[in-house]
Design a protein around this ligand. Structure first.
Ligand code: KG4
Ligand code: ZN
Length: 361
């Protein structure tokens, strides 16, 4: 059974074909990096326009890359939310059009559920299964959500047990990078520069949570970094980094290091350390409270090397599973993978399926 996944919730237009929920046959991702970088973040109107340009060739490449034609598909899965509504609509409407033209069943998928299934897909490719119940931490530019996940056959049950009250973890990376003149998106560049700084140099105070102590808050940390930048008088070096970015949108680590003092690298490393430890602390507390068998960490921030290292060494009794970096950030393989259990249950949608920008899981 060949399932086509389509994902367009934010700034990547993606399509992928997965065979029987366990074999990735093609995985095409068109990034909009060059469109948005000069604005320092995703501009929703431009994102929709870029999706419109990319959707037809991206889907065609995914189907042809799998060695198939549209009529071979057993189902078409589309992301129906959460995300930018104009972006979601492009993938959703195209998926509906294909479903109608070729008479193929349509499946709607929650993007966050997709991030969790990225991990399960790659394990199944290696003939491995994870043990449930599991704790799933989805950390990306839009979400920092923790779920208690149970499985019964092909039935998955997700209970939200902690979430960010303000900025998502990836958003904090992006905002801090922007503030420091490191461009967009911020996560990858902070990840590459942090090893040159001392993660213990600056101690940021932890956010105190009233109510659910498994919730996160990252906006205070962002403000603390801002105060530090203002007090340290970093305007000139920030200008130098912005000038470098105008010349070269993808500077090398050496180029960054040439114009970035050690004190700033310490700030970068300490910021990354604070976010990582906060995620780890909450995940371990939740895992203990709920008595889970394994941890899943997924979403764009799960690419972070320090985060992977800390989770892998400190998660103690819990085996920790990450997707490969390619399936950590937004992709459509995860959407096709999350749709397979729904296909098995016959959970199909008709053409009234609507995009939902704030769909919850
Ligand atoms: O999952 P994703 O592609 O899109 C959303 O659903 O939001 O995640 C993108 C986010 C961005 O905020 C980006 O800065 C962050 O993931 N990110 C990282 C790394 N790579 C991407 N954050 C930290 N370290 C990384 N290596
Ligand atoms: Zn995502």
């Amino acid at each position: 059974m060949f399932l086509l996944g389509i994902e367009s919730s934010c700034d990547e237009t993606a399509a992928a074909v997965v065979e029987s929920g366990e074999r990735l046959l093609s995985n095409i991702i068109a990034s909009q990096f060059d469109t948005h970088r000069r604005y320092g973040g995703v501009v929703p109107e431009l994102a929709s326009r870029e999706h419109l340009r990319a959707i037809v060739p991206v889907v065609r490449q995914a189907v042809e890359g799998a060695g198939l034609s549209y009529r071979d598909l057993g189902a078409i899965a589309v992301t129906r939310g959460p995300g930018l509504v104009g972006s979601l609509l492009v993938g959703l409407v195209y998926g509906k059009a294909l479903s109608l033209s070729f008479d193929i069943p349509l499946i709607g998928v929650n993007h966050i559920e997709g991030h969790i299934h990225a991990v399960l897909l790659e394990l199944r490719e290696k003939q491995q299964e994870i043990e449930f119940p599991a704790l799933a931490l989805v950390v990306s530019g839009g979400h920092t959500h923790m779920y208690y996940v149970r499985r019964d056959g092909s039935e998955y049950d997700y209970r939200l047990i902690g979430r960010t009250r303000d900025d998502a973890a990836g958003e904090a990376f992006d905002k801090v990078a922007k503030l420091l003149g490191l461009g967009y998106p911020g996560g990858p560049v902070i990840d590459r520069l942090a090893p040159y700084g001392d993660p213990e140099a600056i101690h940021f105070t932890r956010a105190k949570m009233k109510g659910n102590d498994l919730d996160f808050s990252f906006s205070g940390l962002k403000t603390a970094v801002l105060r530090h930048v203002q007090a340290a008088g970093m305007a000139e070096e920030i200008q130098r980094r912005r000038a470098l970015l105008r010349e070269n949108p993808r500077p090398s680590v050496e180029q960054w290091l040439e114009i970035t003092p050690k004190s700033t690298l310490d700030l970068i490393a300490s910021f990354q350390q604070t976010v990582t430890e906060e995620l780890l602390r909450h995940a371990l507390r939740a895992a203990e409270q709920r008595d889970v068998r394994s941890l899943i960490v997924s979403g764009g921030v799960a690419c972070n090397r320090r985060l992977r290292e800390r989770f892998s060494t400190l998660a103690g009794p819990y085996p920790v599973y990450f997707p490969s970096p390619k399936l950590s950030t937004d992709n459509a393989a995860m959407i096709a993978a999350a749709a397979y259990p729904k296909f098995l249950k016959g959970e199909f949608e008709d053409l009234s399926l609507a995009a939902d920008a704030s769909l919850s899981l």
